[in-house]
Design a protein around this ligand. Structure first.
Ligand code: NAX
Ligand code: K
Length: 496
């Protein structure tokens, strides 16, 4: 599990540790870790550190201090290091002195700085870290825009990315590698910020941290959560997932949701809706029932809404009246947006909403009574949007898109690290809904079911795309689920 903490949590932990350590010790730890990563990258790129060109972009705070100290270490190993000071009168005094003592150059002319930047083997972005507010200031913008040939290493966070949210106001430095200190920051895991961070490496500095603000699953945690049948399990004990999906207009959604559900670990899939004939023809193992969820017999979770069309309203009402977890997707979300949060008020079991940003906009409008906010604004503030919806509907929300975010009404949040743009294909959301519903029926808590589903779905998208090396269909994503399930399980066995 990758755990990320907000700036205020990091600051509190740092203050507590600094009080027990000699002055500057923490910065030395950070700078040493940073310099070690830079040396590795230079060695990989040029065979050695000696003689390589390194540019340090140093802002006015401690982030610049880290970068200057790391620059000094590289200069002592023979790198030709120049530091571009973006606020010369406020540059970190200790870091600057260390760099000068190691015979590093200081550049004050922007033209020269930009030329150095463009031809450096390695650039250290120490303009601003967790103390950054708002977008990059004007003097730093040319560096974010300039062409460059070398590797950019961001110090703690790419400058211009909001550490708490991943939001980017204006331009930001695009890094190949980000070396962060003490803990991951949410902004390194959530797009658009995650897209600027490149590969993220964590350097421990000994912080004693509270529970994470946001976390991202990795293989071992997913492997532990995957449901596994015990010796006693029959199909009913393993859980039955009910899928109310598809309509005369969209029969395909039924097939795709069932395909996802069949691979999610529930013991059986019960389909209700108008596409029963097609479903059984394609997936004979599916149980089918005429009518709606109310008359369908006992299930352990409902999936309602994919391709639901005109029947979505009734199916939603019947599923929500049950006392089992309900996943609401697609047309079900449109209906829920019309009804507002009151429709979930009487629920005794968890509800999971799986909107993309357009559906999220309609849900927010349903909660606030206003006009739907622009979907691109919601996409740019993914964490805040998911949390806002979770709070308004008192439901767990899986907000789909580039970096899928899952937020619980209690405040816990997970971000999905396996996403891929291959999943932006018709019907892929139906597969995800079925998969997550199946994990709910198998007994996973709702935050786990949602985040494990997003994780497997992302891996399956990558797997399916890599096999033909071409665009994938949603059915191919569903078909890849067993392979990625095995891959995750195998990695856990290898770790044991
Ligand atoms: N506090 C600590 O103990 C440690 C801090 N460390 C480093 O210190 C950083 C935090 O240092 P600071 O609190 O000094 O903050 P930063 O260095 O991140 O930024 C604050 C400075 O940048 C300026 N600034 C704010 N927004 C800006 C913007 N948009 N564009 C340009 N300049 C802007 C501010 O005027 C201020 O001078 C961390 O990110 C990390 O790199 C590490 O050395 C580890 C230990
Ligand atoms: K930075």
């Amino acid at each position: 599990m990758r755990n990320a903490h907000r700036v205020e949590q990091v600051r509190a932990a740092e203050a507590e540790l600094m009080a027990r350590l000699p002055e500057g010790a923490l910065m030395q730890r950070a700078a040493a870790g940073l310099a070690a990563t830079c040396a590795r990258l230079l060695t990989r790129r040029r065979g050695r550190v000696y003689g390589s060109r390194v540019v340090v972009l140093a802002g006015s705070g401690d982030n610049g201090g880290d970068a200057l100290y790391a620059g000094a270490v590289l200069a002592r190993r023979g790198a030709r290091v120049s530091a571009v000071l973006l606020a010369p009168e406020r540059a970190h005094a200790g870091g600057l002195a260390a760099l000068r003592a190691a015979h590093g150059q200081v550049v004050l002319d922007q033209e020269v700085g930009l030329a150095d930047f463009s031809r450096a083997d390695l650039v250290l972005d120490g303009i601003v870290g967790i103390g950054g507010r708002g977008g990059l200031r004007a003097e730093a913008v040319p560096y974010a825009r300039a062409a460059r040939r070398g590797t950019v290493v961001a110090v703690d966070v790419p400058s211009g990315v909001d550490a708490d949210t991943g939001e980017v106001a204006g331009v930001a430095l695009r890094a190949d590698v980000t070396v962060c200190f003490g803990t991951y920051k949410p902004g390194l895991l959530i797009d658009p910020g995650a897209g600027y961070a490149g590969a993220v490496q964590l350097v421990g500095i000994g912080l004693d941290l509270p529970p994470a603000d946001v976390s991202a699953l990795q293989h071992p945690a997913v492997a532990e959560l995957l449901p596994e049948p015990g010796a006693e399990s029959d199909k009913y004990r393993r859980g039955v997932v009910g899928v109310a999906a598809g309509s005369a207009t969209y029969p395909g959604a039924a097939l795709l949701a069932v395909a996802g559900a069949l691979h999610g670990g529930a013991g059986a899939v019960r389909y209700v809706g108008t596409a029963a004939e097609e479903v059984v023809r394609r997936f004979p193992e599916t149980l089918v029932t005429e009518g709606g969820p109310a008359g369908a017999g006992r299930v352990q979770a409902w999936v309602v809404g994919p391709g639901g069309g005109e029947g979505a309203r009734q199916a939603l009402a019947e599923a929500l009246a049950s006392d089992v977890p309900v996943l609401v997707d697609a047309d079900g979300l449109t209906e829920l947006g019309r009804l507002g949060p009151g429709a979930l008020a009487g629920r005794t079991a968890p509800t999971l909403l799986t909107p993309h940003t357009g559906e999220a906009a309609r849900l927010l409008a349903g909660a606030d009574g206003g006009a739907p906010p622009p979907a691109d604004e919601l996409a740019a503030a993914r964490l805040a949007t998911a949390r806002r919806l979770a709070a308004a509907y008192r439901a767990t929300v899986l907000l789909k898109g580039s970096t899928t975010v899952v937020a619980d009404p209690g405040g816990a949040a997970r971000v999905n690290p396996t996403g891929t743009s291959w999943l932006a294909t018709a019907g892929s959301g139906d597969v995800l809904a079925g998969l997550a519903g199946s994990l709910l029926a198998a007994g996973l808590p709702v935050l786990d079911a949602a985040s494990v589903a997003a994780y497997l779905h992302g891996l399956a998208g990558r797997h399916a795309a890599s096999t033909p090396g071409a665009p994938v269909t949603a059915l191919q994503v569903a078909a890849a689920l067993p392979a990625v399930w095995r891959q995750v399980r195998a990695s856990a066995t290898a770790d044991e």
